[in-house]
Design a protein around this ligand. Structure first.
Ligand SMILES: [Zn+2]
Length: 330
């Protein structure tokens, strides 16, 4: 279980009691937290090293660089402040670094749910690796909805789409259990009730979707993701479509197809209308996809993730789904 904080002062005293030497994994968010006060206070209580040399879809070489720094400074705490990439890099560094240290996380998007999972998505030469380990569990999480307010609209829409897909896919995953369904249900309730107000800049709604995104992360920590995520990864590395954006496009096609096939989607089916409304509202269009792209995409779908999907899909069916996605972009 992770300790949950919503107040910077309490979070800072946690840090103070945990480790004087802190390795922060963060690109640009750290100086902006709490109007700059967090970094100022943190620098006052800790010996701070900031590692920011990683990409949005982080490569394993970034993790190696992080481990190198950790081995040198021997942190008592690794602190991730950022979206899924920062958190995933921090998790992988903590897992592979030989020393013992705690892991604290400040998620700055409502999306990846990475603060809740023991999996890190890291790439090696453009190919996705899902690293998983109990050592990736966050020791502490600081939730600050204010960081969400200033996110650019596209980032808000794509990251929230990621959360939504986590909740939906978890709900229909073959690995779903009572606990995961409860988390997924709570996530869906929060997202559907508050996304419009969140996208309009409402702070209370931001706190709600932040919680929903965490719940969606807890749901996939149990069930893993399914066909939607499996179809989305190559779209991101190939076309640069943001992860959540790609997931939303994939889940839309997958859901339509599973409906046509009469697949039993359990509780997820109750949310079809809400999903369609969300899909129309966030207005995330498919990128240009050529016939050649479709061949590559349908061959690169991760079979392990597909195995959790309520309907098994072969390459021809995947081709059909990507073709339909391509048609939507024109
Ligand atoms: Zn995701």
């Amino acid at each position: 279980m992770s300790l949950i904080y919503r107040d910077y002062d309490e979070f800072l005293s946690y840090i103070k009691n945990t480790g004087r030497t802190v390795l922060a994994v963060s690109s640009s968010m750290l100086p902006r937290l709490d109007g700059g006060r967090f970094l100022e206070s943190l620098s006052g209580i800790a010996d701070l090293t900031v590692f920011s040399d990683y990409d949005p879809n982080p490569d394993i070489s970034s993790v190696d660089k992080g481990i190198e720094i950790a081995s040198r400074i021997k942190p008592g705490l690794i602190l991730a402040a950022g979206g899924g990439s920062a958190i995933d890099v921090a998790k992988a560094v903590r897992d592979r670094y030989e020393g013992e240290c705690a892991l604290a996380v400040i998620p700055t998007t409502a999306g990846s749910g990475s603060e809740a999972t023991k999996i890190a998505v890291i790439y090696k030469d453009g190919v996705k690796l899902s690293l998983g380990s109990p050592r990736m569990e966050a020791s502490a999480i600081m939730f600050d909805p204010k960081v969400l307010i200033t996110l650019p609209s596209y980032q808000k829409r794509s990251t929230l789409s990621d959360s939504l897909c986590h909740a939906i896919e978890s709900m229909w995953s073959l690995r779903a259990n009572e606990q995961s369904i409860e988390y997924a249900y709570s996530a869906l309730k929060g997202i559907f009730a508050y996304y419009k107000a969140y996208l309009a800049g409402d702070l209370e709604a931001a706190a709600k979707v932040q919680g929903a995104s965490y719940d969606a992360g807890r749901a996939i920590d149990i069930t893993m993701t399914t066909g939607g995520h499996a179809m989305a990864y190559k779209l991101t590395t190939m076309k640069g479509t943001a992860h959540g954006h790609a997931c939303l496009l994939a889940v839309k096609q997958l859901w339509d197809y599973m409906d046509e096939m009469g697949t039993d989607l359990g509780q997820a089916q109750r949310y079809r209308k809400d999903f369609d409304e969300f899909y129309g509202y966030v207005d995330l269009k498919a990128p240009d996809i050529t016939t050649e792209d479709i061949d590559i995409l349908s061959m690169s779908v991760n079979k392990e993730r597909l195995a959790n999907n309520p309907l098994m899909l072969d390459t021809e069916e995947l081709k059909l789904l990507y073709t339909r996605m391509a048609e939507e972009s024109t």
